[in-house]
Design a protein around this ligand. Structure first.
Ligand SMILES: [Ca+2]
Ligand SMILES: [Ca+2]
Ligand SMILES: [Ca+2]
Length: 267
């Protein structure tokens, strides 16, 4: 029988067995080892009393043996996990879509690192994660107030409702553990572009329609067109000639702020 000699023990967890006359109860340590800094078992009549050490975290495995007056015995394995002080989950990274990327789907798969936690426990080779839930926040502005998070238990999620085309999205994930601890990821962004949009309408500026010119190399000026697709570069082709069905290409390149004028009476 274990004798309690230390008064600092607090908290008690009691397993009680209904005992007949005679017989007894004993405990033995299971592998990997009795965590002596965590818990001290005591057997008192039919009860196993676990004295939990202050602020300790970890687990112990015990095998409890009970026998009756006829010598018939049985045993039961106990794994006791103690989390004396809850720590917030460790910081973790958002993986995909990568920061600032352009995605070609409106239903992207969001992926982030599994959030580990100082309170994770490796028991018989199996890691028991303290983090049990993630909240995903996604919005087209860098503000998440009033955004309803999506709750998931794994570290990835496929967006169910189509996102909007040609839009920048902000997203972050909050990892939540079993005991109210929470840790937020950094905010990441991506753009949606699932289909190519044609450049928007634009106007010719000079020469004006039906103008009568007295020079042979007039500047050709036009407005810059816009394109809804992020990162799309627009280039421009100027065709010139006497007839609309027999035009020569006189310019092919990017927008010219200062107009194009090297025509020298082309056509
Ligand atoms: Ca924790
Ligand atoms: Ca687009
Ligand atoms: Ca485009």
């Amino acid at each position: 029988m274990h004798t309690i000699t230390d008064d600092i023990y607090h908290n008690m967890l009691i397993h009680h067995w209904t005992m007949g006359g005679g017989g007894g109860v004993a405990w033995t340590r299971s592998e990997p080892s009795m965590n002596a800094t965590l818990i001290t078992p005591e057997i008192n009549d039919g009860s196993l009393i676990l004295h939990l050490h202050p602020n300790a975290s970890g687990y112990v495995q015990l095998t409890v043996h009970a026998s009756d007056q006829d010598g018939t015995s049985t045993s039961s394995d106990l794994t006791i996990m103690v989390n004396g002080v809850n720590d917030d989950p460790n910081s973790f990274a958002l993986l995909s879509p990568s920061e600032g990327s352009v995605i070609s789907t409106l239903n992207p798969v969001l992926i982030w690192d599994q959030a580990t936690d100082p309170d994770d426990m490796l028991i018989n080779g199996t890691l028991t994660y303290d983090v049990e839930e993630y909240e995903i926040y996604i919005n087209s502005q860098d503000i998440f107030e009033g955004v309803d998070p999506i709750h998931v238990s794994s570290s990835s999620y496929t967006i169910q409702n189509n996102l909007e085309e040609d839009l920048m999205y902000y997203w972050k994930v909050v990892a939540k553990d079993n005991n109210g601890g929470r840790t937020e990821s950094a905010v990441s962004t991506f753009w949606t572009n699932s289909e190519n949009s044609v450049p928007g309408n634009f106007s010719l500026v000079e020469p004006q329609d039906n103008a009568v010119l007295n020079i042979f190399n007039p500047p050709f000026c036009w407005e810059e067109a816009t394109d809804e697709d992020i990162n799309d570069e627009i280039h421009y082709v100027i065709e010139l000639g006497h007839h609309i069905d027999s035009l020569d290409v006189i310019y092919n390149g990017p927008f010219m702020e200062s107009c194009f004028f090297e025509t020298h009476g082309a056509g």
